[in-house]
Design a protein around this ligand. Sequence first.
Ligand code: ZN
Length: 383
Amino acid sequence: MSGFDIVVNNGLWFDGTGVPGLRRNLGIRDGVVAEVSIDPLLAGPDTEVIDAADKWVLPGFVDVHTHYDAEVLVSPGLPESVRHGVTTVVLGSCSLSTVYSTPQESADLFSRVEAVPHDAVLRILQEKKTWTGPAAYAAALDALPLSPNVAAFIGHSGHRNFYDAVIVGCPDETLIGKNFGEVGDIRGVHPVDAYLDLVVKYGKKLRWRTTIANHRPKYAKKLASSSGVQMGFGDVGAHLRNMAFYNYPVRLLKRVNDAQGDRKPFLTVERAIHRLTGELADWYGLDAGHLRKGDRADLVVIDPAGFDESVEGLFEATVPEYNGISRMVNRSDGAAVATVINGRLVYRDGAFAAGFGIEKTGRFLRAGENSPAMESVRASVAP
Ligand SMILES: [Zn+2]
């Protein structure tokens, strides 16, 4: 039958539970997966058709560690994540949250710990903060035209290391490419003093990027396959000038795919997808991360042919909501080629859908609760 809002044909479908992929066709209607079929699904006149031949169709990624707390209030589309197939983001990581802190405290916390611009956070919170506790906070987020789904912590812990911080911009060009530890060694001072001296001398003209973890592939693979480790430390929305892991789920899938090609597999594709979707959602009690019949339709179409060097690349994009500063982002547009959130196609082939960031597609997800769309479809598909 037709009457689907979206049909995704011929893809290798992974349901997010860790079972191997199957060649299936998906029909999406009213925000949920209405059909998973071996047979081709007919498209109606208004059906959006995604041809996923040679591609993977999987649950949208769940990014459990982000710092979009201020950004989401003024840019509820969160395009830097959605374009990489992230359909649920969790706020309130690293001990920081706006739930109980004042606008001034939030500006101090997010600028000092997460390198988000102080004046922008202060301005945004002064304008937008209407809550004094969790219930009103959740309601305020849910009133935004969210593109992805959002969940939140109230707040908890942090860390950092100067020896991995490499200078990428400095009026003294002889320092570019060196880390603060090396500069300290050359000058006979502590790395923190070397850093502070350069900040005093060059101010905002000094830029650096930092390796926060996982730069040794052998150990990163070991961690990625350890059941005691969760897949999720993108830290997106923070450290705007120094880091960009918006597409970390795509990076893990590329690493898994490359390792299989090299005949040195460390995770199966289905297990990696499970780690990035259903495993996280189940652990946090979120109604997300699965793509079975009856599940809420959050999905990403991945093209393994797009696993090229752009996946690990760093690019720049301005942030109008943060005074137009340039931030590091990811642009691996050949890898995550389509993103669907609650049954609505929000991103495809490098472009956002009309109404993105203006019309609401995401919602606030409460731990331990199923979304209304999921309840209604369960009732309608029940025998
Ligand atoms: Zn963090």
